[in-house]
Design a protein around this ligand. Structure first.
Ligand SMILES: [Zn+2]
Ligand SMILES: [Zn+2]
Length: 531
């Protein structure tokens, strides 16, 4: 019995773990690599295993970094069932076709560039029919109800409190009469997160695979009431100035979290009536899935839903569908526009920013993490001039940020979750974090809990039968390490990011320097250095 880490090892995205016994093989998650180009290249490489050898897949939650390569798995021969909670299955019905659509567009653009450069065309990672086929193989499971995907394997899903339907999975695997209990944390949510219930806990396992997105960071604590007060304050200020409020928000969970909080403020009479428009067809569909599963709501959400006759169908809430409806929003004033993508690097939000950023009466509220190199990060960092769709836009609107909406537990939250774990007989594998974060958190677990912990590298395999009763300090060695399959990135910006940086600096230099002699001298100097 062994486990191999094919993704989210040495990086945050691409969650993909292969468990093998003599009798069967299965995957936990099959996520897409997201982030810089070096990382994304992994999505185009062959799987390190033969997809047709896999008997089944277990999915922790719907996020694309955990599910985005399912259509590719199917395209390359995987025929078995894909298990996930019912809400996750319903979310994937929208998320996987959307992902296929994004692949197709990206490849079209890439091929246009390749053609100009005289390079051969590339084909998309997968297409719409592959997503449809993956959806056909999905099988809904009930939380807390044990099931056997194959003989010798018992699986139970528990709540992970991260997004609707998100779960940690408990799996008992048998090989030659020997049993090992594995727990995969998936992504773990923060306590008091809007809508979803707080994560469950477990007491004992042989192996734990745990996420570490914020393994070394503790965020400033934002209590629920502080979050609501801040939102109310920003709304009141924005309404007084008479402009629009633009909120870049991920289609899954963040959009619904915001609607939930806005509804609470409306119910309390803390904010005046203001139209809230969700301008993202994906967010609209995902909200429908939220409406379908009120049994997944926590106490607060259930209460406000009952008082207001629904969480998402208030008369002030509007959901747009067509591009024309989206464009028509440019003519309206004094409304809230919520749109994707959450980091402003794609989608309709870019149009709304272009139309609203240059007016001082408008407000932009950031409610999520903005990765390096994204448009969101540029605006948030206080840049006064930005480029959207090749046009220069002045940033005159008021820029605000609310930090209380993170979907991930921070270091304190992760340790809290581990608090109830009494025993890990084998090893804790720390994944889903930048190398620093994963290694730091592995060390912390060893110190605080006395569990043997390791941050595996991409492609490393560990034996799960061999449960060396070693001291914490003894190193756990992978059985073998694969090379050249998936590639974990070097920390920090990759060469493509640096190239883009250099281009921006050059453009900036040309703008600032009008003296032709100085320009020529500097550019000659640079060219000489490159030669
Ligand atoms: Zn997630
Ligand atoms: Zn994740």
């Amino acid at each position: 019995m062994k486990i191999t880490f094919h993704g989210a090892a040495g990086c945050v995205t691409g969650s993909n773990y292969l468990v093998e016994t003599e009798k069967f093989k299965f995957l936990v998650d099959c996520g897409m690599f997201q982030g810089n180009k070096t990382l994304k290249e992994n999505n185009y490489k062959d799987f390190a295993y033969n997809p047709s050898d896999i008997d089944f897949v277990l999915i922790t939650h719907a996020h694309i970094d955990h599910t985005g390569l399912l259509p590719k798995l199917v395209k390359h021969g995987f025929k078995g069932p894909i298990f996930a909670t019912e809400p996750t299955v319903d979310l994937l019905r929208y998320l996987l076709p959307d992902s296929a659509h994004i692949q197709e567009i990206e490849v079209m653009q890439k091929n246009r560039r390749n053609e100009r450069k005289g390079l051969p065309p590339v084909s998309p990672i997968y297409e719409f029919p592959d997503a449809e086929q993956a959806i056909a193989q999905l099988k809904g499971v009930e939380r807390y109800k044990e099931f056997n995907p194959v003989q010798g394997c018992a699986v139970k899903y528990h709540n992970a409190g991260h997004v609707l339907g998100s779960s940690f999975i408990e799996i008992v695997v048998e090989e030659n009469g020997q049993k090992r209990k594995l727990v995969f944390s998936g992504d773990l949510g923060e306590l008091d997160h809007p809508i979803v219930e707080d994560p469950d806990s477990f007491k004992e396992a042989d192996y734990l695979v745990v996420e570490s997105t914020y393994g070394t960071r503790t965020r400033e604590e934002v209590a629920k009431e502080d979050r609501l007060n801040k939102l109310a304050e920003i709304f009141k200020g924005a309404i007084e100035r008479g402009g629009n409020i633009i909120i870049p928000a991920f289609a899954l969970e963040r959009t619904q979290d915001l609607l939930h909080d806005i509804l609470i403020l409306k119910e309390r009479g803390d904010i005046p009536g203001i139209q809230v428009v969700v301008d993202s067809p994906l967010a609209r569909n995902i909200t429908k899935v939220f409406v379908k599963y009120p049994e997944c709501y926590d106490e607060d959400a259930t209460e406000v839903m009952k008082k207001m006759g629904g969480l998402f169908d208030h008369s002030d809430f509007r959901f747009t569908e067509s591009v024309d409806e989206s464009k028509a929003l440019n003519l309206e004033n004094g409304i809230v526009i919520m749109s994707a993508s959450g980091m402003c690097d794609a989608g309709r939000i870019k149009h709304h920013l272009k139309h609203n950023l240059w007016k001082p009466e408008n407000t932009v509220i950031f409610v999520g993490y903005q990765a390096e190199g994204t448009l969101g990060r540029l605006i948030l960092s206080g840049k006064k001039d930005i480029r959207i769709h090749g046009e220069e836009v002045a940033v005159e609107a008021k820029i605000e940020q609310i930090t209380g909406y993170s979907g991930h537990a921070d270091q304190k939250g992760l340790l809290n979750w581990l608090d109830s774990v009494e025993k890990i007989n084998g090893t804790v594998f720390v994944v889903h974090g930048e190398p620093e974060s994963a290694e730091g958190f592995a060390k912390l677990i060893s110190e605080k809990k006395g569990f043997k912990s390791v941050a595996p590298k991409m492609g490393e395999t560990f034996d799960l039968i061999e449960m060396v009763k070693a001291e914490v300090s003894e190193e756990i060695k992978p059985v073998y390490a694969m090379s050249g399959v998936a590639q974990a990135p070097v920390p920090g910006p990759d060469s493509h990011n640096l190239y883009a940086d250099l281009m921006l600096k050059l453009a900036d230099f040309m703008r600032r320097t009008s003296d032709e002699n100085k320009r020529r001298a500097k550019l000659h100097e640079l060219i000489d250095r490159l030669n």
